[in-house]
Design a protein around this ligand. Sequence first.
Ligand code: ZN
Length: 662
Amino acid sequence: MKMPENKLQKSDNENVFKYLVDEFADLKIMRYRIPEWDTLSLRQKEYIHCLAEAAKFGRDIIYDQNFKYNLVVRKTIEAILNTYSGERKCADFESFVIYAKRVFFSNGIHHHYGEGKFVPEISQDYFVELLENSDISHVIGDKTAEEFSEFLIPIIFDKGIYSMRRSSGQGTDNVKASAVNFYENVSQAEAEAYYARFYAADDDKPLSHGLNSRLVKKDGQVSEEVFRMEGLYGKAIEKIVSWLEKANAVAENDTQRHYTDLLIKYYRTGDLRVWDEYNVAWVGDSQSVVDFVNGFIETYTDPLGIKATWEAVVDFRDMEATRRTNIISENAQWFEDNSPVDGRFKKREVKGVTAKGIIVASLGGDCFPTPPIGINLPNADWIRKEYGSKSVTITNLIDAYNKAAEESPKSALKEFAYSQEEIDLCKKYGNLTDVIHTDLHECLGHGSGQLLPTTSPNALREYASALEEARADLFGLYYIADKKLVELGILPDETAYKAEYSSFVRNGLMTQLARVELGDKVTESHMQDRKLIAEWCLEKGAADNVIERKCENGKTYFVVNDYVKLRNLFGRLLAEIQRIKSEGDYEAGKRLIETYAVNIDQDLHKEVKERYNSLNIKPYGGFINPEIVPVERDGAIVDYRVEYPDDFLLQHLHYGKKYSTL
Ligand code: ZN
């Protein structure tokens, strides 16, 4: 096996690992660590290495799926970056580099989130100059150089053509209006008619028809080009399969080998029955330490929601997170028995849920460079109903987001926290207490308490979900300050919880308002939940000055003065919301939400928006993958080392050379 080029081996030999490595346009680039790597066996590392190679070999597929000319655009960009012989230290070339990075970030020429085409901030003449002074012979095919630039320039520069990757307009043919490469020469009506015939109301195990194909009309005939080894994307799929086969030779157990074999069979045949078989087998595996997602899975980019983009994630169980949630769940009954809630509303027997944290080791396809922070699969409803689903959070990515936010010179924490003391407290404990609050919320909060036998489960109607989130949050807030958590070895000391209290109050009363448009009310249930809790405690603790509103240099701050009394307030509100839920007291629930959770003080809202906007925080983040590098001694692989490259552009140029198949 070949080692990556020298430049890519640059890793964190400095003591401080930098998470935030680049910012441009509306994007920021981060790195993520792979903690616990050295707790894995050599075999597990080898397994992950093979799966990571399989993840990278699907890269060309996602470009082609997003838009039929993305690959030619990307290859042209790569050729220019690799071979351009003109001046590179000038504003024009730098603008071109930003365009290149945006294309790599979005896996194409359309914004990964907003869907619209973005164009380079250079002139067309300058682009022609770039082409003329670069070796693009392998990209232009049988076109002349002139024909090629005439073909390419409108694709890149004209916002009037292929303008939206996925169109979702009312009253338009969204299949025709979308640049996404799932349909060729068919209308929305034809596509809908094509798939409607597979639908049968009494089918309790419906196949995901159309999931893995492109729908094409040729000579008046509509038919599917299936993504499989002998079909569309065959060359990429062949590579993916060969790495899955290598992985399978070092799989952890037979279950894993079995479903990986099914996945390979599916890639060979394109048979959707095999895809379902694979998913059933995959979702049943909760034993293996290493896991992966690899396939045509999510349908968000298809205007009809039928066809899936290719994606890959390679991960393994987060042992530390699992240890923590296991301890919490094992003690679930103690937490239930000791909560400040009325005894009639407590469960006699409560079972904690184990939240599952995973660590990703590599991302590919539609998950790279912008991954989700949680995974909940498979998607087929009937499989979820009969066999359940795997639901996990990706702890090392969440950690990277938090650390990167702290690294930027202007952070929301620095702007909205009142004192250096508060900033230091949150920096020291904030990431940990945030995760533990979430664990308590998910593992215990939602599952705690019971309804009175006479109460209807739907009694709280439109206020139910905000009240339910508040109940789970309060359960976590109340217990994060309990010395039991220190005794159980979950929190390091009895000060740590204060970080969560001060962040929660700051967010509930101010920071989260940055996400609401001026003049609007708070409508999202998690946001209502946080506002309700913070506003209620501000008011009820006013006489004791528990939370103090301060104003300095025209800026508002909310400072927690008394953490013990704040905990008592959380307990009181928890007891009240549990009563409301248990008794189904709709009127009281409505009063709480309408009084504390919905309306925003206009002056404060305006101030928060202005202060937040002045931070210039990039709204979208993406990642550089770590490299998993074999370590050889005397011709044998003795270990796999993780390296953390820090150059986004170089990683993509390297991928372009090594993993291009189509
Ligand atoms: Zn929740």
